[in-house]
Design a protein around this ligand. Structure first.
Ligand code: F0G
Length: 458
């Protein structure tokens, strides 16, 4: 008999979670104004709202916490972290921040000014927010294949090099840098190939531009490169990481994802001028150069986490769990962004709730229905998250409308995946009864999905 695949770790500490009744959930939804960000975590049975900062640290990371150096200046933990980052990425200059968006804030304060144009592949919402709040523009150059959720292509996160070239040909003097998000979260946790990263580098060099990687899930991206690009089938994850980052000038990092920690981020670069420029904003916004928003102990845990998560076994365990859930959905015929990405399933809400008009936010309605069904909290990555166009103030309905179900690292078992799949199937089976969605009662100008207040229609 073939020995089945199993996790590359065992469990040492557990945290109880609680079920609830449908009546309770109905009440809690009402109190939360139908925005699942407003629920308390005790009201959630299985939490798939994000894979950010929600993973379980290893025994080695917890042990490292005890060794943290909390010195204000020159902490040993900073130098340990910096050496690890340099070893994995090749970048010599490192600035720690309290999370990924803080890295964006610090770096973009130096690099982005009003009127600038920043091309990239489906900028994440905070990235776009930090560009647009500076009265600059994010231009999405993702490959068109990403829009068709049923198309099976291996690197749906790629940058369309023709779109990128056209954007630069037209606006070269306004482009401070190109940003490539690895993996491409908004398009469905989809990877970007090494071939594509090489192509981006070529276009950037043609116009004398710098390339920044938004690297939140860079290790998962390296795993997909190993599995899907024949050139790298025998390479280690760490070798692939070095090769990816060799094609960039700098990176922003949310360590809460592939750093395997609950809080943290950093900027890293090979260029002294970027470091010197960003440094000026790090100190007032985040903190001194050798802690910048992080505890010494958290930097120590991050150094271990980065090392652990750039090992094949860890990534294989993780991605196989995401694939396990995807296979269940295949059995039930539930449409999602194919092939499944690294950190989450992105359910194609437009296709599931096809009677709910766009203007009533189908993916948000599906998010609400899944919570109603079994206390599972997903997250809308769709028309609500897309915000309004900064100039016309119209809703942006051009992209996909997804219910994202993130899988936390080393947190839930495949039994939990079975619960998620069954709950989704129940909602899917009664999809024809769901004809109306929600309307917005109150919204913020930017990043509205976090705090939006909604009312169900019908
Ligand atoms: N870039 C990407 C690709 C992200 O996915 C995120 C966060 C950030 C930057 C910002 O990092 O949260 O540490 O400030 N994504 C989370 C998510 C929140 O749920 O996808 P942060």
């Amino acid at each position: 008999m073939e020995i089945p695949f199993a996790e590359s770790w065992k469990i040492k500490m557990v945290e109880p979670i609680k079920k609830s009744t449908r009546e309770q959930r109905e009440q809690w939804l009402k109190e939360a104004k139908y925005n699942v960000f407003m629920l308390r975590s005790e009201q959630v049975y299985i939490d798939c709202i994000t894979d950010s900062g929600t993973g379980a640290m290893s025994d080695r990371q917890w042990a490292a916490m005890m060794t943290g150096d909390e010195a204000y200046a020159g902490a040993r933990s900073f130098y340990e972290l910096k050496d690890t980052i340099t070893r994995i990425t090749g970048f010599e200059y490192v600035l720690p921040t309290h999370q990924g968006r803080a890295a964006e804030n610090v770096l973009f304060s130096h690099l982005v000014k009003a009127g600038d144009i920043v091309p990239g592949n489906s900028h994440f919402d905070t990235t776009k927010g930090h560009i647009e709040s500076r009265k600059a523009f994010a231009v999405d150059c993702t490959v068109d294949e990403a829009k068709n959720t049923q198309l099976e292509v291996p690197f749906k996160g790629n940058v369309d090099l023709n779109k990128l070239d056209a954007c630069l040909a037209e606006n070269a003097d306004k482009v401070p840098f190109i940003i490539v998000t690895i993996t491409n979260n908004t398009a469905g946790g989809q990877p970007v190939s090494m071939e594509n990263l090489r192509g981006v580098r070529k276009v950037a060099d043609k116009y004398g531009k710098r390339v920044i990687f938004d690297s939140a899930r860079f290790a998962e991206n390296a795993y997909f490169i190993k599995m899907r690009e024949p050139e790298f089938k025998d390479a280690t994850i760490k070798e692939i990481c070095r090769e990816m980052f060799a094609l960039a000038d700098a990176m922003t990092m949310s360590s809460k994802k592939d750093g395997l920690v609950n809080m943290g981020g950093f900027i890293a670069t090979r260029w002294e001028d970027i470091y010197e420029g960003a440094k000026k904003f790090l100190i007032p916004f985040e903190g001194f150069l050798t802690y910048g928003g992080m505890n010494g102990r958290d930097m120590a845990a991050l150094a271990v986490g980065l090392d652990e998560n750039t090992e094949f076994d860890m990534l294989e365990t993780r991605i196989k769990q995401v694939e396990y859930l995807a296979k269940k959905l295949d059995e039930y015929g539930i449409p999602y962004q194919r092939p499944v990405g690294g950190h989450a399933l992105f359910i194609d809400a437009d296709k599931v709730l096809d009677q709910v008009p766009k203007e009533e936010f189908p993916a948000q309605m599906l998010t609400i229905e899944l919570y109603r069904e079994a206390g599972i909290r997903g997250c809308e990555i769709g028309y609500l998250l897309a915000d309004r166009d900064p100039i016309t103030r119209e809703n942006r309905f051009g992209g996909n409308d997804f219910l994202r179900l993130c899988i936390c690292r080393r947190t839930y078992t495949n039994n939990h995946m079975d619960v998620i799949a069954a709950a989704l199937k129940n909602v899917y089976d009664r999809r024809h009864e769901i004809k109306r969605g929600v309307k917005i009662v109150w919204e913020a100008e930017l990043m509205r999905h976090f705090t939006v207040q909604l009312e169900p229609l019908g």
